[in-house]
Design a protein around this ligand. Structure first.
Ligand SMILES: CC(=O)SCCNC(=O)CCNC(=O)[C@H](O)C(C)(C)COP(=O)(O)OP(=O)(O)OC[C@H]1O[C@@H](n2cnc3c(N)ncnc32)[C@H](O)[C@@H]1OP(=O)(O)O
Ligand SMILES: O=C([O-])CC(=O)C(=O)O
Length: 376
């Protein structure tokens, strides 16, 4: 059994910042569990809604509960007119994560959480509405189309692809999306979830917690890495070309996006799962080089640096093979992680103390006051 990574130093690494019953990350060096279930079992067998239910309601649903939950989410998909109006004002060259952030915040203005007893309703609404929200903006600004988000899609996975492409997606793609959403759903005290918990600890509302978390996820050191990985690998048309380029980047000490992890030591358990899906999709679309390029980058990074792919790296090619524009990669992460974020918000609220650490002061002391006309 692999050992857990030795953690210390800056970035609060290795320090416990609270308790959670939702998730373990890297306890045996590589494992990931949601409420005690191995993520591989969940990704291989479950639909995303089952996992969201597990995180948010504390147990796996029965068939009746799952059917009811999916029907409830389906009934909550519509976009308020005022939200559509706001989305239509956001320019086409805006970053879609900024659109998600504004969309979530606007929803909070229109459907404010007045009391914590409303938290489940507000959370389910965000889960239901986010795929249509981003794809409404995308289709309006990129194709001049006002899409109807009230599709016949059976799931959030299907809803994302349907509202993006304007037609019922093929079953393989829906299956991949379920797995992808499950893999991204929850990850203990990562930066965006911690952001949500800090916000929750002030007893703020749920939309503020999620809006802040979206901002944290946007960065390339966190969720934005899937887009950054795609921007990188699409430059290369052969594995040899990729290897040369990676060697050059490593020599220049560039960060290679989609590699490394703050907690895992030897591997990220999500990688093998999404990599397998990427391979299947590569064969399905008749890809000539992108999967091979990705595999070579993985091999070179391990050979040269003992750095492994995190969840983001093979998500890049997998999403690309499904015809998803690169700039929508990180918003898909939002559509999934909103389950984890909000489960953490509820957990924080249930046993709250305001999160307020201390700092080691490194500035000057005992300075004398200088009137403004004497300052240099
Ligand atoms: C879903 C997710 O959010 S997963 C993370 C997505 N982010 C990325 O893929 C961005 C690229 N990766 C990284 O920047 C980092 O690996 C992080 C942010 C994920 C983790 O950061 P840390 O915990 O500080 O990494 P760690 O302590 O393991 O780094 C050890 C060394 O490896 C280097 N390293 C880590 N990742 C990379 C990388 N992707 N490329 C090149 N070098 C790297 C670090 O610079 C560090 O070198 P140093 O000791 O000379 O400074
Ligand atoms: O845990 C982390 O630091 C980042 C990560 O992989 C995630 O949030 O999925």
């Amino acid at each position: 059994m692999a050992e857990a990574k030795q953690l210390s130093g800056a970035g609060l690494r290795g320090q416990s910042a609270g308790q959670t019953a939702l998730c373990t990350v890297g306890q045996t060096g590589a494992g990931l569990t949601y409420r005690g279930y191995d993520v591989k079992d969940l990704a291989d067998n479950a639909q995303f809604e089952e996992v969201a239910y597990l995180l948010l309601y504390g147990k796996l649903p029965t068939q009746v509960e799952l059917d009811g939950y999916k029907a409830r989410l389906k009934s909550m998909r519509d976009l308020p007119t005022a939200l559509k109006t706001v989305l239509e004002q956001i320019p086409a060259d805006a970053h879609p994560m900024d659109v998600m952030r504004t969309g979530c915040s606007m929803l909070g203005n229109l459907e404010t959480e007045m009391d914590f007893s409303e938290q489940h309703d507000k959370i389910d609404r965000m889960l239901a509405v986010f795929p249509g929200l981003i794809n409404y903006w995308y289709n309006f600004t990129h194709h001049g189309k006002r899409i109807d988000v009230n599709t016949e899609a059976d799931s959030i996975a299907e809803q994302f692809l349907w509202t993006l492409h304007g037609e019922k997606p093929e079953p393989l793609h829906v299956e991949v999306m379920h797995a992808s959403l499950i893999l991204y759903a929850e990850h203990e005290f990562n930066a965006s979830t911690f952001t949500a918990r800090v916000c929750a600890s002030t007893l703020s509302d749920i939309h503020s917690c999620v809006t802040g978390a979206i901002g944290s996820l946007r960065g390339p050191l966190h969720g934005g890495a899937n887009e950054a990985a795609m921007d990188m690998i699409e430059n290369w048309t052969s594995p040899d070309q990729a290897e040369d380029a990676i060697m050059g980047m490593l020599a220049r000490k560039d960060k290679i996006m989609g590699f490394g992890h703050a907690i895992y030591r030897d591997s990220d358990p999500r990688n093998a799962i999404i990599k397998e899906w990427s391979k299947k999709l590569s064969a399905q679309v008749g890809d000539t080089h992108l999967y091979a390029v990705s595999e070579r980058v993985e091999a070179v990074m391990w050979r040269e640096k003992k750095l492994f792919c995190n969840a983001d790296f093979f998500h890049a090619s997998a999403y690309h093979f499904m015809g998803i524009p690169t700039k929508l990669f990180t918003p898909i992460f939002v559509c999934s992680r909103v389950a984890g974020w909000t489960a953490h918000v509820m957990e924080q609220r249930a046993n709250n103390r305001i999160i307020r650490p201390s700092a080691d002061y490194t500035g000057p002391d005992n300075l004398d006051w200088l009137p403004i006309d004497q300052r240099a």
